[in-house]
Design a protein around this ligand. Structure first.
Ligand code: SF4
Length: 330
């Protein structure tokens, strides 16, 4: 009988400061601009030329002057950068950096649902949160972010039309409340925002009685109901900047957002709201997005050095770009 040999993978430690220097040099050498989402590690945000939420980064992507964009975020964000910059090379450090929310709504499933609703005689428009694949975007009438969703729904979706909102049911329910429009909701949710625990949030409030709770609208209703401020990541950042007196904020969104908040308003304290593990009911650090976490400094350096993985142009990017442009850029 042969005996298996266990092979241990040893990760070589690389000093973050050395990696940051390497990244700076490679960026200049390879003519690259780095865009980083607020949910990637703080040290990756620090080497980026632009940081922001999905809306800000989509707009920033149209202003890039270099021949290459490295998108430190997840797949649908890099696809958006590519569709807005067909002639540029767009790199993503790890093609496996997906999004549980985007994956809950495939193009095939959306087409089937749209056909069903049409067969029922419904006159509707499809509004998609930006956390969707380019293939899904190409099937939609409007793309929204948490930063502009209310405005798009109120100003652009004709009042006589029904609305199919995909894929985040929590954001969709919140938008129903703030716009007063009934919507058919897709049953998707974000694995990070879904797990915030009201019990732990209440405990954190008891420990910080003067704290202000700021939450992302992707959170479930019970979290939003006890929040003092609800908004996307860029709106959160603007909100804490606008508060003059040093304040403690309890933050219910991906924990790396705290880096961007600390950079923007260092006079405040920021406490992440803990999540709760669905399988065991235990408090966990699951308010970190595992997809965003694939954007390590080493992965960014390797991607710059090797010029891969690259987002390649797909035929449906053309129609997706039209929807993104009229929704977010006009
Ligand atoms: Fe997707 Fe949630 Fe991760 Fe954002 S935090 S990329 S919505 S899984």
């Amino acid at each position: 009988m042969s005996r298996g040999v266990a092979v241990e993978t040893v990760e070589v430690y690389e000093d973050p400061l050395d990696l940051m220097d390497e990244i700076d040099a490679l960026k200049r050498d390879r003519d690259v601009t780095i865009l980083a989402h607020y949910y990637v590690d703080g040290e990756v945000q620090d080497v980026a030329d632009f940081t922001g939420d999905s809306l800000k980064l989509a707009r920033d992507a149209t202003r890039v002057q270099t021949s290459t964009i490295l998108f430190s975020g997840v797949h649908f964000m890099a696809e958006t950068a590519k569709m807005l910059n067909p002639d540029k090379t767009v790199l993503l450090p790890d093609l496996l950096a997906g999004c549980s929310l985007a994956e809950s709504c495939t193009a095939e499933a959306l087409e089937t649902r749209q056909d069903q609703l049409r067969a029922q005689g419904l006159d509707f428009q499809t509004v998609a949160y930006i956390n969707t694949s380019a293939a899904v975007k190409s099937l939609c009438d409007w793309i929204v972010t948490s930063g502009n969703a209310r405005e798009v729904i109120e100003d652009k979706v004709p009042s006589e039309k029904d609305i199919l909102f995909v894929p985040d049911r929590h954001l969709g329910r919140y938008l129903q409340e703030v716009t007063g429009r009934e919507m058919i909701l897709w049953p998707g949710s974000c694995m990070v925002h879904e797990v915030f625990s009201l019990q732990d949030l209440n405990r954190a409030r008891r420990n910080n009685p003067d704290a202000v709770v700021i939450s992302h609208p992707e959170c479930p209703r019970n979290i939003l109901e006890v929040s003092d401020f609800i908004g996307g990541t860029e709106a959160m950042r603007r909100e804490v900047v606008s508060v003059e007196a040093p304040t403690t904020f309890l933050v219910a969104t991906e924990a790396n957002m705290i880096h961007a908040l600390e950079q923007s308003a260092p006079r405040h304290s920021f406490v992440p709201v803990p999540g709760i593990m669905a399988s065991t009911g235990e408090t966990c650090a699951c308010n970190r997005c595992p997809h965003m976490a694939l954007n390590t400094l080493a992965a960014v350096r390797d991607c710059l050095r090797d010029g891969t993985p690259e987002i390649t142009w797909q035929p449906f990017f053309e129609s997706a770009r039209e929807v993104v442009t009229r929704s977010l850029l006009e």
